[in-house]
Design a protein around this ligand. Structure first.
Ligand SMILES: Nc1ncnc2c1ncn2[C@@H]1O[C@H](COP(=O)(O)OP(=O)(O)OP(=O)(O)O)[C@@H](O)[C@H]1O
Ligand SMILES: [Mg+2]
Length: 334
């Protein structure tokens, strides 16, 4: 099987030197992922675990002090494999937006405050295609209509729109050239629950209409439950579990994923919400062995010294935890 995106054993660190002291933040530490064509691939995990950094690496968007110290990222669009980390700026520019699109974290604040939305659409479209102002306006109007968004927003300035509408406009802008691959970083996070639903619906529609692949980053497991086909759970710069969304939600195997799921609000409120004990580690000096071991209720001696490798438990369900290999009964009783 070929994958649209394939990351192999990637290590990406923030390496800084201040007053002669070198500091290395291991934000992405040995991550491998295989993303299939047409799927919604979710990336979950607490604040600071490396989600946005992973996305920057998958985009080949590396700015100092972020450095890839090992590993590779490959795209397979149109059957042409490309090595993302060795692309020139020009090659990246030619892929960006037409084939690969990016909705950055906090993106509803990126719209130019002194330009009407229609001018921003024109600036964007004309940067990639030779279009007149009236052609770009027509494209924008038609696209907003397809997505069920009111085209009167085109005449507005960003501050005249609600936060939820601004976010929907940003998503429409980022996807108007029908990219095959869309990366979205916390697209619903700053929004209240009712507005979130509209944004989730919009992303679903765009992804389904074109069969594009969506890589969706959010700490909100509820959003993954609604949108993602598969989910990878990150903890302190590493993937600790990866499976189809149903298995992650209903039969999580890693103790960290189990905490994440149990800390979700449940509608019936019969089960008590559980918070995760302790705090996430700092990534410039992460714990030895399994990085979750200081917070893990099932910690064993081996966890303090040996970093567990990802292993396959069932078809497509992978987890990095010594309980799986050391305790034969674990996967069946968890
Ligand atoms: N420019 C930088 N220089 C040094 N360290 C950084 C830099 N940017 C991020 N980091 C560190 O890298 C780690 C991962 O950060 P990242 O932004 O990828 O996390 P995240 O999972 O996206 O968090 P959030 O959910 O809050 O968006 C954090 O420890 C963060 O402090
Ligand atoms: Mg982030």
């Amino acid at each position: 099987m070929t994958y649209v995106v394939e990351a192999r054993r990637v290590k990406a660190y923030y390496i800084t030197h201040a007053y002669g002291v070198k500091r290395t933040v291991k934000a992405v530490d040995d991550i491998s992922l295989q993303i299939k064509e047409g799927e919604v691939f979710g990336v979950a995990g607490e604040s600071g675990c490396g989600k946005s950094t992973l996305l920057k690496v998958l985009l080949g968007h590396l700015e100092s002090p972020l450095t890839v110290v090992e590993g590779s990222v490959q795209y397979n669009l149109d059957g042409h494999p490309v090595d993302v980390l060795s692309m020139t700026e020009r090659e990246k520019r030619s892929l960006r937006w037409r084939q690969v699109s990016y909705i950055p974290q906090g993106s509803m604040h990126v719209l130019n405050p002194v330009r009407r939305i229609r001018d921003t659409f024109h600036d964007f479209i004309s940067a990639h295609r030779p279009v007149s102002k009236s052609e770009s306006l027509e494209m924008a109007r038609a696209y907003l209509n397809t997505l069920g968004l009111p085209d009167k927003v085109l005449a507005a300035y960003p501050h005249q729109l609600s936060g939820g509408m601004r976010q929907r406009v940003t998503i429409a802008l980022a996807t108007i050239l029908w990219p095959k691959l869309i990366f979205a970083d916390e697209p619903t996070t700053a929004l209240d629950v009712v507005v979130q639903r509209g944004v989730i619906q919009l992303l679903k529609e765009i992804q389904q209409k074109e069969g594009s692949t969506l890589v969706l980053i959010t700490h909100d497991m509820g959003v993954h439950a609604n949108l993602a086909n598969r989910v990878a759970v990150l903890y302190a710069g590493k993937v600790v579990e990866e499976a189809d969304t149903h298995s992650v939600l209903k039969a999580p195997l890693h103790p960290y994923t189990q905490y994440l799921i149990r800390s979700l609000p449940s509608l019936d409120e019969r089960s008590e919400r559980v918070s995760i004990p302790g705090t996430p580690p700092t990534l410039d000096n992460p714990p030895t062995g399994c990085r979750f071991h200081p917070r893990c209720p099932f910690v064993m001696d081996i966890c303090r010294t040996v970093d567990p490798e990802m292993s396959s438990v069932r078809d497509g369900h992978r987890v990095a935890c010594h309980l799986i290999t050391e305790r034969a009964d674990y996967a069946t009783t968890a």
